[in-house]
Design a protein around this ligand. Structure first.
Ligand SMILES: *Cc1c(COP(=O)(O)O)cnc(C)c1O
Length: 494
C-alpha cells in the first residue's frame, strides 16, 4: 500500500517504511492517499473473533505484509496479554447504550490494544526494510502510552525505548507504573513542563539531523510509539468493528447506524473511528469528548484551531493535550487528500499558533463529529450518575465521554444505539473515582479496596502489584537537556 506525508505528495513509501519511520521527515504524518478504495464489509465478519476481525480490517492497509506474517503478529499480540478472550468486551447499560471496555490489557488503559501489536509490526517492518540499525523508540506520554509502550517493547530484541512524561502531570499510579518498569532496554525520564512540552521536545529530536546522526553512529534509528505511527492507529479500527458485531449478535439489524463516543486527546482513537466509517462500517456520529482542555471542542465548533492557551491539569490527565497530532490526518483525509492545503494550515499553526479551515471543510466535519466537553466537576457528577443509574463504575476519562453522550442526545434528540469507548479502568484513577462517589480513604490502595467492595469488580493485578515494586527510574530533564539524556542512554546501549 502506498503512503505519503500529510504535507507533501512527493514522499511516497510503503507501509513498512511508514511503520518503521513513524513520522515523515517534513514533519507531516503518514497517510494513505488511496484510503477511499479500502472497504471492509461488516457482514462478512459477523462470526469472527477479535483477532480475525483485526486481520480483516488491517490487511487492506498493510497489503505488503504476507497474510500469515500479519496474522502471526496479531495472534502473538493478543494471545495472553488481555484478561478476557474478547479483548474489548461490551457491557450493556440500557437499551441503545453500551460500553466497550478497552482497558483489559496489561496496563489497564486502551493504549494496550495498539501497543501490544506495534512492536511485532515494527520488527517485521524493519526486517522488510533491510535495516541494520536497532530501533530506539522515543515516546512522549501524557500517562498511559508510556507504560503500555514500556510493556510492549521491554526486552524485545533489536529495540530499546525511552519514555518522557510530564513530571507532576500524571497520576500517582501512572508514575509508579512507569518508574518501576523492568527490562534492559528501557529508560523513563520526567520532563519539566507539560505534555505538549514533552511531545514537542521529542518531535524536535526526530527532526534533528545531528541527533539522528549520533544515533546512527551508535547503531540506532529513532522511531515513535506515539499515536502518530500508523502501526498505532490501524489496530484501533478493530474494536469499532467488534463492537458493531456484538450489537448485531444481540439482535441489531446489520446496517443500523451506531454512534460512538470517544474520550479524546491526541485524536488517535477517534480518528480510527473515522477510518472505520470511511471503510463502510455503519457509524452515525463520532462524539468527540474533551475535558476542560477543550481545544477540540472549540475547533469542531468554530473551524478554528487555537493552541495558544493555558493547559489545565484535570482528573482525566491522559486527555490534557493542546496539540492533537492526529487532527492533521483528519484534515488530510477530510479535504480529499489535499496535502498542499494541510501544509499551509500547519504553517499557520507554526507561525501564529492557530489556523482556520474552510467553511466547506468545517461543514463536512460537523456532519461526522459532535463535539462536547466536561469540567472536572461535571466529570465527577457523571461518574456518580452512572453508578447510581446502572451500578457501573467508570473512570474519569470514560465519564467525560458519558457526559458527551447525554449532551448529544439532548441536542440532537436521537436515540440511536451508542457505544461509549471506555479508555481506562476505574482503578487506574481510583482516588478521583472514589471522591466522585463520596468515598474517602487515605491512599490509592485503601480506596481501591472500598471500590472493590462496593462494585464487586476486582482491582486488575498489574495495578494492585505496582505499590510493592521497586522504583528504578528517577531521572528528570528539561526541554533543553533532553538531547543529553538520549545521548547518554544510547551510549550505554551501544
Ligand atoms: C490516551 C488516552 C485517551 C485519549 O486518546 P487519544 O487517542 O489520544 O485521543 C483517553 N483516555 C485514556 C485513558 C487514554 O489513555
Amino acid at each position: 500500500m502506498k503512503y505519503q506525508s500529510t504535507r507533501s505528495d512527493n514522499i511516497n513509501i510503503n507501509e513498512y517504511e511508514a511503520i518503521y519511520k513513524g513520522l515523515s521527515e517534513d514533519g507531516g504524518l503518514f497517510v494513505c492517499p488511496d484510503f477511499k478504495d479500502i472497504h471492509v464489509n461488516v457482514n462478512d465478519l459477523l462470526d469472527k473473533d477479535f483477532c480475525e476481525v483485526a486481520l480483516a480490517v488491517m490487511e487492506p492497509w498493510l497489503n505488503e505484509f504476507p497474510r500469515d506474517i500479519l496474522k502471526g503478529c496479531i495472534d502473538s499480540a493478543y494471545a495472553n496479554t488481555f484478561d478476557c478472550k474478547e479483548v474489548a468486551p461490551i457491557k450493556k447499560l440500557e437499551d441503545n447504550l453500551y460500553v466497550c471496555e478497552l482497558f483489559r490489557g496489561r496496563t489497564s488503559a486502551f493504549k494496550d490494544v495498539a501497543l501490544s501489536l506495534l512492536p511485532y509490526l515494527m520488527k517485521e517492518a524493519s526486517l522488510a526494510c533491510g535495516v541494520k540499525e536497532k530501533i530506539c523508540i522515543l515516546t512522549a506520554t501524557s500517562g498511559d502510552t508510556g507504560k503500555a509502550a514500556l510493556e510492549g517493547f521491554r526486552d524485545v530484541d533489536g529495540t530499546s525505548i525511552i519514555v518522557f512524561y510530564p513530571k507532576g502531570g500524571v497520576s500517582e499510579i501512572q508514575e509508579k507504573q512507569m518508574c518501576t518498569s523492568l527490562g534492559n532496554n528501557v529508560r523513563v525520564c520526567g520532563i519539566e513542563g507539560n505534555f505538549d512540552d514533552a511531545q514537542s521536545a521529542v518531535k524536535r529530536v526526530f527532526n534533528d539531523v545531528s541527533m539522528r546522526e549520533f544515533a546512527k553512529d551508535k547503531g540506532y534509528h529513532f522511531s515513535s510509539a506515539n499515536s502518530i505511527n500508523i502501526g498505532r492507529l490501524l489496530p484501533q479500527i478493530t474494536y469499532y468493528y467488534t463492537s458493531y458485531i456484538h450489537l448485531c449478535k444481540s439482535g441489531m439489524k446489520v446496517g443500523t447506524l451506531v454512534d460512538f463516543a470517544v474520550p479524546s486527546g491526541n485524536f488517535g482513537n477517534i480518528l480510527a473511528g473515522y477510518l472505520a466509517k470511511s471503510m463502510g462500517l455503519p457509524i452515525g456520529k463520532l462524539i468527540c469528548a474533551s475535558n476542560s482542555n477543550n481545544v477540540l471542542f472549540d475547533f469542531l465548533s468554530t473551524g478554528e484551531y487555537m493552541r495558544n492557551r493555558d493547559l489545565h491539569k484535570t482528573i482525566s490527565p491522559s486527555m490534557d493535550i493542546l496539540l492533537s497530532s492526529n487532527l492533521e490526518r483528519l484534515l488530510y483525509y477530510a479535504s480529499d487528500c489535499n496535502s498542499e492545503y494541510v501544509a499551509s494550515l500547519m504553517q499557520d499553526l507554526d507561525k501564529d499558533g492557530k489556523y482556520k479551515i474552510s467553511k466547506e471543510l468545517h461543514e463536512t466535519l460537523l456532519e461526522i463529529f459532535y463535539p462536547s466537553f466536561a469540567s472536572d466537576k461535571e466529570t465527577k457528577e457523571h461518574i456518580q450518575k452512572c453508578w447510581e443509574e446502572y451500578h457501573y463504575l467508570m473512570d474519569s476519562h470514560t465519564a467525560v465521554g458519558y457526559k458527551a453522550i447525554l449532551d448529544y442526545q439532548k441536542d440532537e434528540g436521537n436515540n440511536r444505539p451508542c457505544v461509549l469507548l471506555s479508555t481506562a479502568s476505574p482503578y487506574k484513577f481510583a482516588l478521583d473515582v472514589a471522591d466522585a462517589l463520596g468515598i474517602s480513604g487515605e491512599n490509592v490502595q485503601s480506596v481501591s479496596l472500598e471500590l472493590e467492595k462496593l462494585s464487586g469488580q476486582n482491582v486488575p493485578k498489574g495495578l494492585s502489584e505496582v505499590h510493592e515494586l521497586l522504583v528504578r527510574h528517577t531521572d528528570v530533564c528539561s526541554k533543553s537537556t533532553i538531547d543529553e539524556f538520549i545521548k547518554g542512554a544510547l551510549e550505554v546501549w551501544k
